[in-house]
Design a protein around this ligand. Sequence first.
Ligand SMILES: Cc1cc2nc3c(=O)[nH]c(=O)nc-3n(C[C@H](O)[C@H](O)[C@H](O)COP(=O)(O)O)c2cc1C
Length: 363
Amino acid sequence: MFKIARSLLSMINAERAHELSLRVLEAGLYKRGSRSDHPCLRINIMGLDFPNPIGIAAGFDKDARVFKAVQDIGFGYSEVGTVTPRLQLGNHRPRVIRLNQDKAIINRLGFNNCGHDVAYERLLQRDYQGIIGINIGANKDTVDKTYDYEIGIKKFYNLANYFMINVSSPNTPGLRDLQSPKQLKKLLMRIDDVRNSCTYKYGKRIPIAIKLSPDIACEDIPMIIEQIIAYNIDAIAVSNTTLSRPSNLKPRFVKESGGLSGQPLFQRSTVLLARVYKAVRGTIPLIGIGGITSGESAQAKIEAGASLIQLYTGLIYQGLPLLNDIKSHLTESTKRNGANRLEECIGIKSEEWAAKPLDECKR
Ligand SMILES: Cc1cc2nc3c(=O)[nH]c(=O)nc-3n(C[C@H](O)[C@H](O)[C@H](O)COP(=O)(O)O)c2cc1C
């Protein structure tokens, strides 16, 4: 059944296939996952209790349409967005390209989303207890981009279980510059201030994570980490899509503009994850994203330093059965490692991963 649905979806345009998947989930036409996950998968991160560490990455549910379905299926949490203050149409089509042989996607969507108000109204209807992260960004035409993050936090403060600050999408000009030392400091200072005032107003402190690009220079990691810690950020997600094109990518796609995700991103994002893990030395938990396509690659993310993981492109190629494959594999590998809980395996191979090159050598 899944195989038939997946091969039908692969025959239509990638964006239409995505819209169709959202409609199927909105209509409730999906198989509910098991109500309880193996206890070894439970993890408490950022003060939140996750039933399992696996989430669908941002971009899948940009407008908060299927956050409940995502958890009914068996994901440990949902991340909605990226949402920007105002509706944005994004770039011209085609803007999502499938690289079937590479099990990858290049997207240059450009933060297409319906804006804060639409997501807010949907999230307001929420009637269950699962964990929802809200991934916030800036409109393309906003001059002071830090302002858009401030209003995102204020808007969703009472609805979010955590925020993800997206400064790493490659498809909004100037956005990734917010990771530069001067701009990052200004942004994080503003975010810290707005959270402090919201904590006072609502009587609760909502955790804030930041999502990094896999293209940051490794020599900038210490400075980035220093700022992140100084301004009380609660978690770091590594990584968003890459503008780099690994040498083993099929040549005809090398010139397509946009962010590359999926299998070819795995090595780069996992090596960077491990380097960030080494740099934070246990002070901040990490969320490992990029190229998870199997139980083994999910395990590798944990062993490189991730406390939580997220996937997107792997689901496009493997479909929902991938989720159960990952859960079973993580449960088995935890036992094989002689551990009682998956969290005991976090970072156990970080040294090994951190020493690898960012890109795989040519096959
Ligand atoms: C079609 C598409 C849209 C995306 N949109 C967003 C987005 O709006 N915000 C964001 O933070 N990341 C976005 N991403 C990046 C993913 O969240 C994720 O970081 C990246 O795809 C790497 O994970 P993967 O290899 O499992 O896909 C998008 C990715 C894809 C493929």
